[in-house]
Design a protein around this ligand. Structure first.
Ligand SMILES: [Zn+2]
Length: 425
C-alpha cells in the first residue's frame, strides 16, 4: 500500500509555506494558525494556545520575542481574534474520535525553527524552489517544517479514512523543541496520560533519502542554563578597587565549567555557548550573560554536570562578590521506548521500506519528546521513535535540505501504515 499522491502534494505545499515563515520556539503564531485552520478543515476538534499547553511548565519563553512574533503574524494576516484566543501561547492539539471502540493513538510533531540565517547560494534547494526563509536570522534547518507538514498530511489521511478506522487520535503539534523547551508543557496538560500508543519521529539524522530507521534508545539528557552576572560599576582607571567585574566573574566561571571532571559511567558534555559582557572600555563591567548547556548519557550524568554548574555559580558569587542568577530554561531526557511499540514499528517500516529499512547508531543529540514518551510509558502506553531520511549536509546549517517531494512521502507512508496497523478495523 502507498498513500495517494494528493496527500504528498498537499504536505509539500504546507512544508514550503512553513519554510518561508520559520518561527522560533514559543513564537510559532503563523505556524499554529496554519495548523489550527487546516485541522479544523479536516474535521478535527482543535485545542490550541493555553488550551493545549500548561503555562507553568513552559521553559525558555522570551516575552519580547513573543510580542515581536505576534506583531509579525498579524502583519502576515493572522487574525487578531485568533491571537487573543491563544492567550499568547503557541502549539495545538488535534483530536479525532472515530466513534468506534479502539485504541487511543498519539503522534507528536514539533513546529519551531532554528536561529540560523538561510543560505543565499542559488543552488540551495529553497532558493531553487523560491520558498527560502523570509524571516531574517530564522530558518527551518532541522526540518520541523517537514514534521508539521507530515502531521497535517497524516491528519488529512486519517480524516479521509476514518470509516476504516477505530479508536481515537491525538495529534500533538509541539512548540519550542529547539532548546528542549516545549514538550513538558504538553506533558503536564495530560495529553499522553491516557493513550495506548505514542509515536514520535524526526527527518534526517543519519538516514539517507528513501531510508528509514528506528531508535530504541539514545539521545542525551540535557539542561539548558542561562546565567546572569551582575557586578558593581566603577571608573576602571581612577578607582578599580571599588568595582566588581561581572565579565571577570563570568570568564572565571566559564573556565571552571569546562574543567568539570568527566563522568566514568558514560558520556558527559558541557558547552559554554555564549558570553556577552561589559559596557565600555574604561568602566568596570557590571553585566554579563552566559548561555550554557550540559548533556549526559543518562539522566543522572546530566544531573551531575548540571549540579556542578550551579555549584560553580555559587562559588563565583562569593569569590568575585557579584550577584549570579541561574535559570534552567530547557530540559530533555534520554529516549525510552517499549519492546511492543518498537516491534509494531519495525513491522510497519519493513513493509513500507523493504531493504531501505536500515539499522543506524542511536541518535546522539537531544530531543524533548523523550519526556512525553517517558510519561506515556509510565501510564502504560507503548511507544516508538523513527527517523525518515533525506540527503543533507548537516542539521542546523544554512544549507540544510530535505528533498521534500520524496522524503515527506516516505514519512507519510510510514505513518499511514502505522495508523492502519494500530487503529484499522
Ligand atoms: Zn530537530
Amino acid at each position: 500500500m502507498s498513500i495517494e499522491q494528493k496527500y504528498v502534494d498537499a504536505a509539500v505545499a504546507h512544508r514550503r509555506a512553513l519554510h518561508k515563515r520559520p518561527e522560533p520556539g514559543w513564537c510559532e503564531f503563523e505556524t499554529t494558525y496554519r495548523v489550527v485552520s487546516t485541522l479544523k478543515d479536516f474535521g478535527f476538534e482543535v485545542k490550541f494556545g493555553l488550551d493545549a499547553i500548561e503555562p507553568a511548565a513552559v521553559m525558555g519563553r522570551n516575552e519580547a520575542e513573543v510580542d515581536a512574533a505576534i506583531a509579525r503574524a498579524i502583519e502576515a494576516g493572522v487574525p487578531q481574534t485568533f491571537i487573543d484566543q491563544t492567550g499568547g501561547f503557541t502549539g495545538a492539539v488535534g483530536l479525532l474520535d472515530t466513534g468506534r471502540e479502539g485504541p487511543v493513538t498519539a503522534l507528536r510533531f514539533d513546529i519551531d525553527c532554528v536561529m540560523v540565517e538561510e543560505s543565499t547560494d542559488p543552488e540551495h534547494e529553497a532558493n531553487q524552489g523560491g520558498y527560502a526563509s523570509e524571516i531574517a536570522g530564522c530558518m527551518h534547518s532541522c526540518g520541523h517544517d517537514a514534521h508539521t507538514a507530515t502531521g497535517l498530511g497524516i491528519a488529512q489521511w486519517i480524516a479521509d479514512h476514518q470509516d476504516a478506522l477505530k479508536g481515537r487520535f491525538i495529534l500533538l503539534f509541539q512548540p519550542g523543541e529547539e532548546g528542549t523547551r516545549g514538550a513538558k508543557s504538553l506533558m503536564e496538560k495530560g495529553w499522553v496520560d491516557h493513550v495506548n500508543y505514542l509515536y514520535c519521529c524526526h527527518i534526517g539524522g543519519d538516514a539517507k533519502l528513501g531510508e528509514g530507521c528506528i531508535a530504541e534508545s539514545g539521545f542525551l539528557a540535557t539542561s539548558k542554563i542561562d546565567i546572569t552576572f551582575t557586578g558593581a560599576p566603577s571608573h576602571a582607571g581612577s578607582d578599580p578597587e571599588k568595582g566588581r567585574s561581572a565579565l571577570i566573574a563570568a570568564a572565571a566561571a566559564a573556565l571552571l565549567m569546562q574543567a568539570i571532571p568527566r563522568h566514568s559511567q558514560g558520556a558527559s558534555r558541557i558547552s559554554v555557548g555564549t558570553l556577552h559582557a561589559g559596557e565600555g572600555r574604561n568602566v568596570t563591567p557590571v553585566h554579563a550573560k552566559m548561555q550554557v548547556e550540559t548533556r549526559g548519557a543518562t539522566h543522572e550524568i546530566n544531573q551531575y554536570m548540571r549540579d556542578n554548574v550551579y555549584r560553580i555559580c555559587e562559588g563565583i558569587e562569593k569569590t568575585h562578590d557579584v550577584k549570579v542568577d541561574v535559570v534552567t530554561v530547557g530540559e530533555g531526557t534520554t529516549l525510552q521506548t517499549t519492546k511492543e511499540g518498537t516491534r509494531i514499528l519495525s513491522e510497519v517500516m519493513r513493509e513500507v521500506l523493504g531493504e531501505k529499512f536500515v539499522t543506524l547508531p542511536s541518535p546522539g543529540a537531544s530531543e524533548d519528546c523523550t519526556f512525553l514518551m517517558r510519561r506515556a510509558i509510565e501510564c502504560g502506553a507503548d511507544c516508538g521513535y523513527f527517523m525518515f531520511g533525506c540527503n543533507h549536509k548537516g542539521h542546523h546549517r544554512a544549507n540544510f535540505e530535505i528533498q521534500d517531494e520524496v522524503s515527506l512521502g516516505v514519512g507519510l507512508n510510514i505513518l499511514a501504515r502505522l495508523v492502519e496497523h494500530l487503529n484499522g478495523r
